[in-house]
Design a protein around this ligand. Structure first.
Ligand code: SF4
Ligand code: SF4
Length: 474
């Protein structure tokens, strides 16, 4: 089977229950944002630009669990911000398990290994030694960390931890191979960390998925190479969705990066071109979502937006109308269902009811439409059934060639910052003062992966300026 049986049955019965009861609108996936703080500043991320990223602005644990109870979605995607920064993330996951939800932890991967070391420390017994030694030999855990795991006692042994479960997926953000991904997340080394985290998760028996946003710049062949590489790591599934031009992200892009958002985000037509091979990928790789949504992405049919089926709950309440646009926040899910004029949103027969919806084909608006049978066409139910209950695509065999294609950035000295560093070290750039920018320590609370984005922006601006001065002098 493509997806675990228990999980597929849970979701299918939820749909059937509501269809039988003729519930007009109901939740399929709750996008739960306990906080908006993040350790990265990805280009194109609307969240960290629209909301406060102050750690004080968090949804209390009880409120998160109450939101999941209220909307009764069988799946909860914990996102943010970076959810692993949420101080009660373990308790949140445990609480959602108790409620019987399917849980996705959408993470940028940077803190995943730390959380899995916490798990190891809590459950370690000498029986686990072969696994621990494998993690050390594959350099996923250092010898020092392994020793700390073996010798853990007290609070580390009683700590609530995130354990492997058939009801939970790590959902790691990966937007391309090394060079592209690190460029989009604006930090070198993140791709490598994500891969290490995925490898460690697989060894420990966690279900692991990835989510990818496709932008105008995304190269289709690279996407296929990325899926092949991830498949060779035996990743359990992939979400893929076109990027959407959040207002907040657009403004940020113009102001901070000096770029025209049109260079970055997709129109509907471009989305269809980028996703021309999505159905083929659906056969080759374990792509989450329905084949009906895949046909929509490939431009073979229209769907009507069902944003109410993937509601977002965050520090300001239930966000309407959708994950992407904010026209208001409501205190309750049912209140939001009642109050929002849903007929004013989405694209119907190619016509946008709201101009902001015009280029939107994102999964949180349209993937549920495929599962819920809006715009139903004969054979759709069978298609969805065959896709979900059909055989899982075989993993692509790991090879040196795939790995070589994947590590095409900082690992081989071709990172965007490495190139900037090289440019800065040129005598011309030194004259222009760029080296001092690079040498200055950032004031953000970023961690081990190096330079923060303020440095990067200043650095790249200086490199640019140095090039201009140089070309005038030539
Ligand atoms: S990892 Fe990137 S996309 Fe995700 S919340 Fe942080 S900045 Fe936004
Ligand atoms: S079409 Fe997209 S932007 Fe518009 S309401 Fe639906 S999900 Fe939101």
């Amino acid at each position: 089977m493509r997806f675990p049986l228990a999980l597929t049955v849970k979701i299918a019965s939820h749909i059937v229950k509501h269809k039988v009861a003729r519930t007009p609108k109901f939740a399929m996936v709750l996008q739960l944002e306990p906080l908006h703080t993040c350790n990265l500043t990805c280009t194109g991320c609307g969240r960290i630009r629209e909301y406060s990223t102050n750690l004080k602005d968090m949804v209390p644990l009880e409120q998160c669990l109450a939101a999941a109870n209220e909307c009764e979605a069988p799946m909860v995607s914990i996102c943010g911000g970076e959810p692993l920064i949420y101080p009660k993330i373990e308790e949140l996951v445990a609480g959602l398990h108790e409620q019987g939800r399917v849980i996705y932890i959408c993470t940028n991967g940077v803190f995943m290994r730390k959380k899995m070391r916490d798990y190891l420390a809590a459950v370690y017994t000498p029986k686990m030694e072969p696994k621990l030694q494998r993690l050390v030999s594959e350099q996923l855990v250092t010898e020092k960390e392994a020793e700390a795991i073996r010798n853990a006692e007290g609070a580390a042994k009683t700590k609530v931890v995130i354990r492997p479960s058939k009801w939970m997926y790590w959902n790691v953000h990966v937007d391309g191979l090394e060079f592209t991904h690190d460029l989009i997340v604006e930090r070198e080394g993140v791709f490598k960390e994500c891969v290490a985290a995925i490898k460690m998760a697989k060894i420990l028996g966690y279900q692991t998925a990835t989510n990818t946003t496709v932008y105008k710049e995304t190269d289709v062949q690279e996407l296929e190479d990325m899926f092949k590489y991830l498949s060779s790591l035996e990743v359990d599934g992939h979400t893929i969705s076109p990027g959407y031009d959040y207002d907040a992200a657009k403004k940020d892009m113009a102001k901070r990066l000096g770029r025209d958002p049109k260079e970055f985000f997709l129109t509907r037509e471009m989305t269809r071109q980028k996703f021309a091979k999505i159905e083929e990928w659906g056969k080759m790789f374990t792509i989450f979502g329905t084949p009906v949504y895949q046909e929509f992405l490939a431009g073979k049919r229209e769907l009507t937006c069902t944003a109410w089926a993937i509601p977002t709950y965050n520090v300001r309440g239930w966000k309407a109308p959708c994950y992407l646009m904010t026209d208001g926040h409501y205190a309750g899910y049912h209140e939001m269902l009642r109050e929002v004029k849903w007929e004013n949103y989405g694209v119907v027969d190619g016509k946008a009811r709201d101009p902001r919806c015009e280029n939107c084909m994102v999964h949180c608006g349209y993937d549920p439409s495929g599962a819920l049978g809006t715009n139903y066409q004969a054979g759709d139910n069978w298609k969805n059934f065959a896709y979900n209950f059909g055989a899982k695509p075989k993993p692509v065999a790991a090879s040196a060639e795939l790995a070589k294609r994947a590590y095409n950035g900082v690992s081989i000295g071709k990172g965007h910052l490495s190139e900037a560093k090289a440019a800065i070290n040129s005598p011309r750039a030194a004259m222009n003062g760029a080296q001092s920018v690079f040498q200055r320590k950032g004031h953000h609370d970023h961690d081990e992966a190096g330079m923060d984005t303020t440095q990067r922006d200043e650095l790249l601006a200086k490199v640019d300026a140095a090039k201009k001065v140089g070309s005038k002098a030539d």
